[in-house]
Design a protein around this ligand. Structure first.
Ligand SMILES: Nc1nc2c(ncn2[C@@H]2O[C@H](COP(=O)(O)OP(=O)(O)O)[C@@H](O)[C@H]2O)c(=O)[nH]1
Ligand SMILES: [Mg+2]
Length: 319
């Protein structure tokens, strides 16, 4: 690693607002390269002032288009915005842009906006960590609002949106039973529903569906999430949406209980990652592994005992 790429240097870059070094630190942390933990330890105390907005919904619902519109509106209001797109088909990573070329061009040239696309596979520490750590880096870098776009399909995505301060679910008309299409687990954590493509027929029905579903499911002491109709192509509802997001941001952050739960969840998954990494190191010691496999093949040993013995090695390693 070149001297300029030392974690100390990259951290300094983040704190001093150097985009290039900040982007490089994100890569180091994503790939769990040497120094990633030191860097995150150093940055953590400085973090916590940005608002993280999670946007999810089925592919094609207009998440990227909405993200772009929202980001540009926020930038107009002089807010510094970070975008993390966890979507392989994202126009942010060079996918088809079609009708949105102008908006995307504006987005990419806007100085207040930083965009990062994230692959959904092969992330060493897992997608969720990569997204959360990147958001943290962007926070310390000075971004005030960070938007994380994810396709609302897998468990990974659900975990990612759970790390957001505000969760926005995007639905569209003409997808059959729209409400059923929302992944279980997302519904419960949504703070805001957006019915996009309101320029198409059927948007009011979707709004009504969501509202009646919410009335049934939200408990008496909870506030009912808003449902907002938008059309990116007609620039309809976007101002209202941005207003809502900013109001929620004003109202302040998570309750103490919610924050504690979140810290616990993060520690648990970090611990899992750490244990997995340590075990993998033992695993990579091929001689031991080969020996064990041979013993097991010959029925002189069994996988259950072998795994326990490996854990023993791991434990004594730590002491
Ligand atoms: N008619 C209409 N099309 C839209 C609207 N918003 C996005 N689209 C189009 O829907 C397609 C998918 O949008 P995209 O933002 O990539 O969706 P994502 O997969 O959810 O990120 C693109 O062709 C957009 O131009 C809208 O409000 N109305
Ligand atoms: Mg997208």
């Amino acid at each position: 690693m070149a001297r300029t790429d030392s974690w100390e240097n990259l951290v300094k870059g983040v704190i001093n607002g150097d985009v290039r070094l900040m982007a490089r630190l994100i890569t180091v942390v994503e790939n769990r390269q040497p120094g990633w933990q030191e860097a995150m330890k150093r940055l953590y105390p400085e973090s916590g002032s940005a608002t993280v907005i999670g946007i999810t919904g089925s592919p094609g619902a207009g998440k990227s288009s909405l993200t772009a519109s929202i980001a540009l509106k926020l930038a107009e209001k002089n807010l510094k915005v970070g975008i993390i797109a966890v979507d392989p088909s994202s126009p942010f990573s060079g996918g088809a842009i079609l009708g949105d070329r102008l908006r995307m061009q504006k987005l990419f040239t806007c100085e207040q906006i930083f965009i990062r696309s994230m692959a959904t596979r092969g992330m060493l520490g897992g997608l969720c960590h990569a997204a959360r750590d990147s958001a943290r880096i962007l926070d310390v870098f000075g971004k005030e609002i960070i938007i994380i776009e994810t396709v609302g399909v897998g468990q990974d995505e659900v975990d990612i949106v759970k790390t957001a301060d505000q969760v926005m679910v995007v639905c569209v008309p003409g997808q059959g039973d729209s409400v059923q299409a929302i992944k279980a687990g997302i519904m419960e954590i949504a703070d805001l529903f957006v019915v996009n493509k309101a320029d198409k027929p059927g948007a009011d029905e979707v709004v009504a569906d969501i509202q009646s579903m919410l009335e049934l499911s939200v408990e008496a002491d909870q506030s009912i999430p808003s449902v907002i109709k938008t059309s990116v192509v007609n620039n309809q509802g976007i101002d209202e949406l941005v207003e809502q997001l900013l109001q929620a941001r004003q109202k302040g952050f998570l309750s103490r209980e919610k924050e504690s739960l979140r810290i616990r969840a993060e520690m648990k998954t970090l611990l899992e990652e750490e244990i997995f990494r340590t075990v993998s190191r033992v695993w990579q010691d091929n001689e031991i592994l080969e020996q064990l496999v041979m013993e097991i093949r010959e029925r002189k040993n069994d996988p259950y005992s072998a795994v326990q013995a490996m854990m023993q090695v791991y434990k004594s390693d730590k002491n």
